[in-house]
Design a protein around this ligand. Sequence first.
Ligand SMILES: [Zn+2]
Length: 139
Amino acid sequence: MTTRRTPKLDRYRATRPWGKDYWRRARCDEVACPRHIMGFEVVVPIGSDKDLYIRNAMNPMRTREGRSILHFTTKEEVGIVTFAFPPGQQCFNEHLLPIEREPIFLHKVGTQPRVMDFPDFMGEFNESAYRLQEARKRG
Ligand SMILES: [Zn+2]
């Protein structure tokens, strides 16, 4: 029995590393956030930090009198409160959008990545895809 070695695969990838060099915070409406479009509910323990955050004092989105500018209704049950936010408001999730900057183009063989400029990346990627296609035709 012969052992067949799997050839190392070339992998080409355009990537944007996490961080402010490649991403910026975005509003819900910029990313078509479903919570913004449909409205959303948040269920938290009564008196918890999250409860206080939403209602007023700890919330940076508040009036001068310390009241939340968020619009919501509340429903309290034993120990928990459900905040219902109608559509059209910012949710509490963080949304990110890529800033207008080229991603990093990586070519990876095995575990060693190599950073490339865009023309070289496209040239080598196309050549690699062509070679792969030809190899498949041969079977
Ligand atoms: Zn959102």
